[in-house]
Design a protein around this ligand. Structure first.
Ligand SMILES: O=C[C@H](O)COP(=O)(O)O
Length: 248
């Protein structure tokens, strides 16, 4: 049985003044029957972690370089994220794959670096709309899972987030049957390579999760939580999602 995780991805949003949203989550986080994580932009990791330390809230990064240090202007290493107070890092998000040309091979190297730095790696996979229309969703997702997760990674060091690219920030979501089909397939792919240990890897759904649709998504087979973008920016919205996962 995998642990449940409500993860928020602030993407390139958030100023110091927005940290009041973290304070506003305190009561819900303390009552939560699941793990809760927020991944702000790198500039806010340290101050958010200082606030999160007062409650049971994890803080994570949104990417990291595969190298430990060196001449990589603008990049950040996994050890730097950990040093700032992060416990997790999102890797291989479709926006990184599209905007920065990151391949599954690149992501696998980042995952190894993250694990070496003591971080939990949240590995994102998902098909584009054209791939879904072409009927190759399961092959695309299986290939990303196989290529992005190093075989040596232990189950407690990995989370997989299924995010259909066409559902991100669009208000569109797959049917519950489509979510179940992909999540069951990911679980089965992981089990092929890891046996029963695969059951301990949390599988998150991401893409237009809101308080209003969270409960039905969390009731789907092999959905252990969510990776939430827009609805994680405001405590009022994210609270509803945390509560729905706690009740699932
Ligand atoms: O990382 C989060 C996802 O990309 C989902 O974003 P969204 O909830 O705004 O659709």
């Amino acid at each position: 049985m995998a642990r449940k995780l409500a993860a928020g991805n602030w993407k390139m949003n958030g100023m110091t003044a927005d940290l009041v949203e973290v304070d506003a989550l305190a009561e819900v986080v303390e009552a939560a029957q699941c793990e809760v994580l927020l991944c702000p932009p790198a500039t806010l990791i340290a101050p958010m972690a200082a606030r999160a330390g007062l409650m049971s809230l994890y803080v994570g990064g949104q990417t990291c370089h595969s190298a430990g240090s060196g001449a990589h202007t603008g990049d950040i290493s996994a050890a730097m994220l950990a040093d700032a107070g992060a416990t997790h890092v999102i890797l291989g998000h479709s926006e990184r794959r599209a905007d920065h040309g990151e391949s599954s091979t690149d992501v696998a190297l980042q995952v190894t670096a993250a694990i070496d730095a003591g971080l939990v790696a949240i590995v994102c996979v998902g098909e584009t709309e054209a791939e879904r229309d072409a009927g190759v969703t399961l092959q695309v997702v299986a290939s990303q899972v196989a290529g992005s997760i190093p075989s040596g990674a232990a189950p407690e060091q990995i989370v997989v987030a299924y995010e259909p690219v066409w559902a991100i920030g669009t208000g569109r979501t797959p049917t519950l049957e489509q979510i179940a089909e992909v999540h069951d397939h990911i679980r089965s792919e992981l089990a092929t390579r890891r046996g029963g240990a695969a059951d301990a890897i949390p599988l998150l759904y991401g893409g237009s999760v809101k308080p209003g649709n969270a409960a039905e998504i969390f009731a789907v087979s092999n959905v252990d939580g969510a990776l939430v973008g827009g609805a994680s920016l405001k405590a009022a919205d994210f609270s509803g999602i945390i509560e729905a996962l706690s009740a699932a």
